[in-house]
Design a protein around this ligand. Structure first.
Ligand code: NIG
Ligand code: FE
Length: 416
């Protein structure tokens, strides 16, 4: 039994509950002043204020020194495991080449596929664990990671095995997603239907078999890039249905560059989240408003692509729960800094600090089906906490470019 006290919290800010917050509720968080948290064996036992702050025997006392405390951040959309980087694309981009033009010319995602296939399991594991070490320091205590740079059975499994090995060796909760439908594999260039058949008839059945036979599943979610030059609605539907039959929860990359029907497909599939939504139109918002699908917006990608920013405020107004994630990947967003995404959400989406906090904690936890354990500071949830170098949320969101996390606590352990 290990009992810990986090004392001297100036402002404790947290959403509450275990369901995704939308509309007005997204901006309604609970604030405790001069608070303390007690946790036992990695779980929150209670939150105390004023005179009720407990005295007693603790194995460890952590002093928050009057600063802001929030739940650990949840990054619900990353492509963290990949070989190489793509710095050579920046000059192309600056000369006017679009993201899809680079992909169509055999670069972009396909370039990363070549490098990911080349790397051994150990090379990928060491690189990814190194990245995760830096990500933790930013206050991220739960993270989703997708495959999608293997695009054949051997290399998709290699990526998923790397993710699983990472899960075994970190306290950070890692949520694994199969994304064999990230781009058409080079062997199937010009034959997307045949590649989809390969995913549906060979890749997913192999994944299902292994998910059943092995102790820790390789994937929990199935994602698809529903976009021109990637997969159309019909092809994406086939992949998500096959994933569902194999027990995988659907997610979808929707309306990132073009509106081709990805959002209605996502809601038809009951996707847990539809992600990007840069170009979403009124019809798409109507579909989300009538569904349980969470809108995950990725402001750092809009910034890096030089694109529009998703209509996050409109989504909130229309009662769609909004999560914010990094989309960390070597192409459209080579930054894992979720704090930067929060700054962009403040300035570009014009979300309020409270809406942003809900978006990177509770709503993101819901988007990775983890809200029963993480995403809020409440009795019974994991003790995942960030002590910030800021007195309140407004200060945290006003500062940018520096890592504002002072102390990161995961399951009651100080990890950074
Ligand atoms: O979410 N659009 C598809 N996937 C990623 C980009 C991946 C890459 O360019 O390597 C995204 O933006
Ligand atoms: Fe993505």
């Amino acid at each position: 039994m290990s009992k810990k006290l986090i004392k001297n919290i100036g402002v404790l800010a947290t959403p509450t509950g275990s369901y995704a917050k939308s509309g007005k509720e997204q901006g309604e968080i609970t604030i405790y002043k001069d608070a303390a948290i007690v946790c036992e064996n990695g779980e929150i036992l209670g939150i105390y204020t004023g005179d009720t702050i407990p005295n007693g025997q603790f194995d460890e006392i952590i002093d928050a020194k009057g600063q802001l405390v929030t739940p650990g951040l949840v990054d619900s959309h990353t492509h963290l495991v990949f070989g190489g980087w793509r710095e050579h694309e920046v000059p192309l981009k600056l000369r006017g080449a679009s993201y899809l033009e680079i992909l169509e010319a055999g670069g972009g995602i396909i370039d990363t596929v070549r490098n990911t296939r080349k790397d051994s399991f150990k090379e990928l594991y060491d690189k990814s664990m190194g990245l995760l070490d830096d990500i933790k320091k930013l206050g991220i205590t739960t993270i989703e990671i997708k495959s999608g740079y293997g695009l054949d059975i051997e290399n998709e499994m290699k990526q998923l095995e790397v993710i699983r090995e990472m899960r075994k060796n970190t306290l950070v909760d890692i949520c694994p997603t199969f994304m064999g439908a990230h781009a058409v594999a080079p062997e199937f260039a010009g034959k997307p239907d045949e590649y989809v058949d390969y995913i549906v008839n060979e890749m997913i059945p192999e994944l299902e078999r292994r998910n059943h036979e092995e102790e820790i599943p390789l994937a929990v979610f199935c994602d698809v890039f529903c976009e021109n030059s990637a997969f159309n609605v019909e092809q994406s539907r086939k992949v998500l249905i096959a994933g569902k039959k194999a027990g995988l929860i659907p997610k979808i990359h929707a309306d990132e560059i073009n509106v081709i029907g990805a959002v209605p497909l996502g809601t038809e599939m009951n996707a847990i989240s539809a992600d990007h939504l840069i170009m979403i139109d009124n019809d798409g918002i109507n579909h989300l408003a009538d569904s349980a699908t969470i809108a995950t917006v990725l402001p750092s990608t809009s910034f890096y692509l030089g694109e529009h920013f998703a209509p996050a405020k409109e989504l909130i107004k229309r009662n769609v729960p909004v999560a914010i994630a990094s989309d960390f990947n070597p192409g459209s967003c080579p930054s894992y800094n979720l704090q930067l995404a929060m700054n962009l959400a403040y300035l570009k989406y014009r979300m309020t600090p409270a809406e942003i906090l809900t978006a990177v904690t509770l709503n993101a936890a819901c988007a990775v089906d983890m809200a029963d354990k993480v995403g809020t500071i409440e009795r019974g949830k994991q003790c995942d906490i960030v002590i910030w170098k800021a007195k309140n949320l407004e200060t945290l969101l006003y500062r940018f470019g520096d890592n504002m996390a002072e102390t990161v606590i995961k399951k009651g352990e100080v990890i950074c």
